[in-house]
Ligand binder design. Structure first.
Ligand SMILES: *Cc1c(COP(=O)(O)O)cnc(C)c1O
Length: 360
């Protein structure tokens, strides 16, 4: 078996231990004679799987009891619509636009109400997080929306915006469980799990109970009402059973490895190896302002498109996969999620040094 170092932005690398366990369970889960993909979501066995997944996630993030944990489908992108449909009670929301995902969420919200961009970093190709200490947040805004870690541009909010008392909603898809979070600072946290936790197609949403509306407009599809999913334990219909199971294994892996503060330390170490090299290299440069850098997604360039392409090609041949930058940015991007071992980052930097020496 030859596993590569996979720097994909998502779907992305998962812990080998988890994949092996899932492989062993594939045909016969805990002696029940069938795999998780084959069992009824209404079975006692499956109920235990989803209950444990929720309980473990609550432990990891220290989620207070007055927050619901929902396992939803449709990817993070469906939340761009579900959020305004459910949570725009005055019909107004303020968005901080720090990249393509935030922009998509903002544009989707405009379909349902009065969404305003109160800050943006579009002027410098989203290479920084704007100062959000004193934004023109509207008095009657239902919420302030951010994308906390910008997967494509490699920026991260290291300080949450001053929402002036308004509810904060955060898309954490690409930094989910990479470090501890203070859940109480948010009204809602959500993320597609395929970046840092599990297989694509599942979203975990953590929503403060009092924000979930009793009623919504008649035109909101049943499947898009948070209350329906909350009242039915995320099983109004058949959930993404398999993805929830894998996430559950990853939650256990995280707990076993010391939880999120240990993960944060390790992620800081990994990112420092790469950023320190980028700061010292003559050839490779990071594209993000230093104080906005993400721990998870690290974009970089040589400044020469041909050399970038040569690097990506040679890196692939050497066992470093998916380093090509997002099509909208070009260059390279290394996504170094929880499951990327520190050895992988070190090996990448060693390879970059060698490439630099050979291509001076
Ligand atoms: C990948 C990503 C999305 C979109 O996720 P889908 O599951 O493909 O809809 C949204 N937000 C962020 C921050 C992402 O990284």
């Amino acid at each position: 078996m030859a596993r590569v170092y996979n720097f994909s932005a998502g779907p992305a690398v998962l812990p080998e231990e988890v994949l092996k366990e899932a492989a062993a369970d594939m045909l016969d889960y805990k002696g029940c004679g069938m795999g998780v993909m084959e069992m009824s979501h209404r079975s006692k066995m499956y109920q235990t799987i989803i209950d444990e997944a929720e309980a473990d996630l609550r432990k990891l993030l220290n989620i207070p009891d007055n927050y619901k944990v929902l396992f939803l489908q449709g990817g993070a992108s469906l939340q761009f619509a579900m959020i305004p449909m459910n949570l725009m009670k005055n019909g107004k929301a303020d968005y901080i636009v720090t990249g393509q995902w935030a922009k998509k969420a903002y544009q989707e919200a405009q379909k349902y109400g009065d969404a305003v961009a109160v800050a943006s970093s579009a002027d410098k190709t989203f290479s920084y997080i704007p100062d959000c200490s004193d934004l023109p947040i509207r008095e009657d805004a239902d919420y302030v929306y951010i994308c906390e870690n910008n997967t494509i541009y490699g920026t991260k909010f290291h300080e949450l915006p001053n929402t002036k008392g308004k509810t904060l909603i955060s898309d954490v898809s690409s930094c989910f469980l990479s470090e501890p979070m203070d859940v109480e600072k948010y009204g809602m946290i959500y993320g597609g799990v395929q970046k840092n936790i599990g297989p694509a197609g599942l979203v975990v949403a953590i929503i403060r109970e009092d924000l979930i509306p009793e009623t919504v407009a008649d035109t909101v599809p049943t499947m898009m009402q948070y209350k329906i999913h909350a009242d039915n334990g995320s099983m109004y219909n058949t959930p993404n059973c398999w993805a929830i199971y894998i996430c559950g294994l990853v939650f256990k892996w995280l707990l076993k490895n010391g939880g999120l503060s240990v993960m944060k330390e390790l992620n800081e170490k990994k990112a420092a190896i790469l950023y320190d090299f980028l700061d010292s290299s003559e050839m490779f440069k990071g594209t993000v302002e230093k104080n906005s850098r993400s721990l998870m997604n690290v974009p970089f360039v040589t400044g020469n498109d041909e050399l970038d392409a040569k690097f990506v090609k040679e890196a692939k041949a050497a066992g470093f996969e998916n380093l090509k930058g997002h099509r909208s940015v070009g260059g390279m991007r290394a996504s170094i999620y929880n499951a990327m071992p520190i050895e992988g980052v070190q090996a990448l930097v060693d390879f970059m040094k060698k490439f630099e020496a050979e291509n001076k």
